[in-house]
Design a protein around this ligand. Sequence first.
Ligand SMILES: NC(=O)c1ccc[n+]([C@@H]2O[C@H](COP(=O)([O-])OP(=O)(O)OC[C@H]3O[C@@H](n4cnc5c(N)ncnc54)[C@H](OP(=O)(O)O)[C@@H]3O)[C@@H](O)[C@H]2O)c1
Length: 333
Amino acid sequence: MTKTLQVLLAERPTGLPTADTWSVVTTELPPLTAGQMLVKISFISLDPAMRGWLNDVRSYLPPVGIGEVMRALDIGTVVESRHPDFAVGDTVSGTFGVTEYAISDGRGVQRVDLNAASGPTWLGALGMPGMTAYFGLLEVGKLQPGDTVLVSAAAGAVGSVAGQIAKAKGATVIGIAGGAEKCRMLTEELGFDAAIDYRAGNVLRQVREVAPDGIDIYFDNVGGEILDAALANLRRGARVVLCGAISAYNEQKPPPGPSRYMSLLVFRASMIGFVVFDYADRYPEAGAQLARWLAEGRIKSREHVVEGGVAQFGDTLNMLFTGANTGKLVLAL
Ligand SMILES: NC(=O)c1ccc[n+]([C@@H]2O[C@H](COP(=O)([O-])OP(=O)(O)OC[C@H]3O[C@@H](n4cnc5c(N)ncnc54)[C@H](OP(=O)(O)O)[C@@H]3O)[C@@H](O)[C@H]2O)c1
């Protein structure tokens, strides 16, 4: 019998999750049956989408139930196996949850090579955020060389990769992030052409100053007022890629609609939402390209690794909503 510490959803939060949202329990896992394996978790991915999974609403995945282990993507090591395709010692990624150990039947599980990249990178630039940036920009945004691209939450997991892909493809790239240090990192370390600190105010005017001719793609990770500022600065035929709206995830009422939506008409623009899972059959293509760019130094992977136990999950998750992370946020057990 294996004992594991796990984080369960105790109650649905109304706003930012609190300590009451979670319960940390010790569970005894049953012995493996044929076709199962036991995975010891080393890295847990923290994702803004987790906040959405706590709401009892219709979405692209069912909500996490009260009393269920919190859903999370992880990297771990197979420590016991009765599965024909996975052996003890394999490093794997999968949706194992916020737990120290998990039993898996192998569905949705991939083997990862820690010689090729670290666990946090497999959860970041080479994982779901990297895929999101790749397909959001190239397939949904239909990036063209010479485009002017604006990315919000640009110092985060998805945004930092999206901006660097755009640069690698010959675009002019402007990032929006919170604070001078994140903006410095974008231009000096990640090669963005310009960075806008939204906390310094008047994003609409700041975008106009750095992109007087307007923007061709707005890669939206935050929604709200920043989306409006982008809509006010579109160029004819622009594409607004609706990737996320983190500014609204903890709001208790639906946010007001984008007040500048008539820009879509005026500039013959489009605004398209997407969910990265719809591109799952093309992850190998994106993964290979992203790995090439990383090896060539055209993309740098930024990760923010918090060391701790599963009990730190709640506090670590909230770092996404205060902007305390730079790059992909990961809890290392
Ligand atoms: N469509 C999809 O399939 C898909 C897949 C993955 C992720 N996403 C979305 O992509 C977005 C980014 O996810 P991520 O994993 O890369 O997270 P992340 O950007 O690494 O972390 C979230 C960042 O959002 C910013 N933020 C938080 N509250 C904000 C607010 N009120 N206004 C403006 N910025 C705020 C913070 O940066 P600052 O310090 O700059 O404020 C924070 O660091 C999220 O909206 C997520 O839901 C979508």
